[in-house]
Design a protein around this ligand. Structure first.
Ligand SMILES: Cc1cc2nc3c(=O)[nH]c(=O)nc-3n(C[C@H](O)[C@H](O)[C@H](O)COP(=O)(O)O)c2cc1C
Length: 245
């Protein structure tokens, strides 16, 4: 195995940070890694907002459901689906952009933002920094949009806390290969087995941490029985991601 793969396989989310700043050089390297990722059609339909201002981080922490690590760490990166950028191409050529109104537009811009975040995570962890992704920024998306002054045809899809870890949490188990990797065609039976096995693994993980009795199925099904961030759909539409094509 090489160092890059070791870094990736050693990932864990960090929710306790020291006060130490992230060097400008380190931050630049993380952002360069994010910017170097491939994007669909070379459309580069994502942007990253770098937030360091403590008042703004505090506000984001509250909007995300009082996630204190957002305010505690020195840097918060917001990964934005950005089809405002691609619409500028149409302003130059006179061709009106329609893609942002489609499911395809939402998929490609959120996928590109996710790829960029993946690279930022690996880069940060390779520098011995800690990270935790924050989907909680979609809890109150309109307030996030106002706070970051995001234009139409953009949407803050996820954030990334970056800082120096104050504690190294244990690596969280993953479902076995059966639940992830298929050969040639999808094997639904293997997935069913993998889920049952993983419930045992997670039950033991929670027991060892002294948490209350739980497992993966009860956690995920409990959350997925409703849309936990119901404001996403109306705000996506008001940002002109109409999702009607
Ligand atoms: C897109 C995305 C959004 C997430 N949102 C949050 C969040 O809002 N708050 C949080 O504490 N963790 C969040 N996480 C972290 C996950 O809970 C974490 O990755 C998962 O439990 C696995 O743990 P690990 O990262 O330590 O391996 C998010 C992860 C991803 C990929």
């Amino acid at each position: 195995m090489n160092k890059t793969i070791e870094t990736i396989n050693n990932h864990r989310s960090i929710r306790q940070y020291t006060k130490q700043d992230v060097d400008e050089e380190q931050l630049t390297a993380i952002l360069e890694a994010a910017r170097s990722m491939p994007t669909s059609i070379h459309g580069q339909q994502l942007s990253i907002i770098v937030v360091k201002d403590s008042k703004r981080k505090q506000k984001i922490s509250e909007l995300a459901g009082n996630q204190v690590w957002v305010a505690q760490a020195p840097v918060f990166l917001v990964f934005v689906m950005d089809m405002n950028k691609t619409a500028k191409a149409g302003e130059i050529t006179g061709l009106k952009q329609v893609l942002h109104e489609s499911a395809e537009g939402v998929l490609v811009s959120s996928f590109d933002a996710g790829l960029a975040m993946g690279a930022a995570i690996i880069a940060a962890e390779s520098l011995d920094l800690g990270i935790v992704p924050i989907g909680g920024i979609r809890r109150n998306p309109q307030e996030m949009i106002d706070l970051l002054e995001l234009p139409e045809k953009t949407f803050p899809v996820a954030g990334l806390v970056v800082g120096h870890p104050a504690d190294l949490s244990a690596r969280k188990p993953r479902m076995s290969e059966k639940g992830f990797i298929h050969t040639e065609t999808y094997d639904d039976g293997a997935v069913k087995d993998a889920v049952r096995e993983f419930d045992e693994t997670m039950a033991e993980y929670y027991r060892n941490r002294g948490d209350k009795e739980s497992n993966w199925s009860s956690q995920v099904s409990g959350l997925y029985q409703s849309v936990y961030y119901p404001k996403v759909y109306p705000v996506l539409k008001s940002q002109n991601f109409l999702l009607d094509k």
